[in-house]
Design a protein around this ligand. Structure first.
Ligand SMILES: [Fe+2]
Length: 384
């Protein structure tokens, strides 16, 4: 067993207003503030900027990360921002912002192109620049994770840079920073986090160290997500989901994911489907598929989610309206997640691509039950 958590995680309401103190304590005096223009325009960054100024930290704002990071974005930012003059990268934003900041920090340190660092272990040494992450969404877990996801448009694929050497030095989670997150992003990022908690619990790499984080994360996220979606200013709900999301990734980066994440890669490549919606779509079917070999664990999951049904959970379930699987689907529907492949332009010829890419995905091997091509095809057909 191996349990890594290189990031120092600080959490509290109003803590983002102490970001300058954190950077100062790390010995940093000049930082590149990577963010999203919409957050700047919305005034979300104000407490962070005030704290930088009060501690005399020089900063330059790079507010160009408005979508998931792409290779084109990397090339533009890399050309524009010479990171050699900065001792730190401060990422304030969603997972895309934090992922982009990690990529910039790697290339500032070791040169080359972000593509050179694709895969596991391509980052050669610890970074001298500090990475501080202040998330404004609650879901991806990038504020503590070892991953940075990039879209390579030219090659029509996504790639992942994975290394514990790129975990942020400090993560500051502050529910006040997530208060303005729109309902749809709250739902998408929240269900992503819930899927991290569930898949890490079922993973073949799950351990005594990761399981408690997975289970508690499920309870926190399931307990808060509907309220956070419907009442964005409910700080208790926001905080439950936010803490749960970071805990889910503490388990996730050590135990890894499974079949939902393996399926999400080709599904999000083929259709206009956000990652969280792909998680919501696949989760009930994958859980039912896994229950055949991990029935006790699936029962634990429904218990933690508060969705346990005497007639469904953990015994292979079924599609009846009263089953726990149907309750899980209703939970996703309640927060506006209703995607079906049939509505997204699914065509029969896609099936072969989805099956092949899912089987080739690194995530598949952590799933407790290997899915044969025929079993995968049957699963996908249920999602139409
Ligand atoms: Fe995810």
């Amino acid at each position: 067993m191996r349990f890594d958590l290189p990031t120092s995680w600080r959490h509290g309401r109003g803590l983002a207003a102490h970001t300058g103190d954190v950077l100062s304590d790390l010995g940093c005096s000049r930082t590149l503030l990577v963010t999203d223009r919409a957050l700047v325009d919305g005034g979300i960054l104000a407490p962070v900027i005030t704290s930088l100024e009060s501690r005399g930290i020089e900063y330059v704002v790079c507010d160009e990360v408005t979508t998931e990071p792409t290779v084109a974005l990397f090339e533009r930012l890399h050309q524009k921002w010479d990171l050699t003059g900065f001792d730190s990268v401060l990422a304030v934003g969603g997972g895309s912002v934090i992922d982009a900041a990690k990529g910039l920090a790697i290339v500032a340190e070791f040169g080359g192109h972000i593509r050179d660092y694709a895969g596991f272990g391509a980052v050669p040494a610890p970074l001298s620049r500090k990475i501080v992450a202040v998330p404004t969404t609650a879901g991806t877990g990038s504020e503590i994770s070892d991953g940075s996801v990039w879209i390579d448009e030219a090659r029509r694929t996504k790639f992942l840079v994975l290394s514990t050497l790129i975990c942020p030095t400090v993560a500051i989670t502050d529910p006040l920073m997530t208060r303005s997150m729109p309902p749809q992003i709250t739902a998408n990022s929240g269900i992503d986090a819930l899927t991290h908690a569930i898949e890490s619990y079922l993973s073949v790499d799950a351990s005594e160290a990761t399981a408690p984080f997975s289970l508690r994360a499920m309870a926190l996220i399931a307990g808060g997500l509907r309220r956070a979606y419907a009442h964005g200013d409910d700080l208790d709900a926001r905080e439950a989901v936010q803490v749960g999301a970071t805990m889910a990734m503490m388990a996730g980066m050590n135990a890894h994911m499974g079949l939902c994440h393996a399926l999400a890669m080709p599904l999000c490549g083929l259709y206009p489907l956000p990652h969280g919606e792909a998680c919501a779509l696949t989760l009930p079917y994958v859980l039912e598929f896994n229950a055949v070999v991990a029935g006790d664990k699936v029962a634990d999951i429904f218990e933690a989610l508060g969705l346990r049904a005497s007639d469904g959970a953990g015994d292979g379930g079924g599609d009846g309206d009263s089953s726990a699987y149907a309750r899980l689907t209703r939970f996703a529907n309640d927060i506006g997640l209703k995607a079906r492949l049939g509505d997204l332009g699914y065509r029969d010829e896609h099936l072969e691509v989805i099956v092949r890419e899912t089987r080739n995905s690194a995530q598949h091997r952590f799933n407790p039950r290997e899915a044969s091509p025929e079993e995968l095809a049957a699963l996908v057909e249920r999602m139409i």
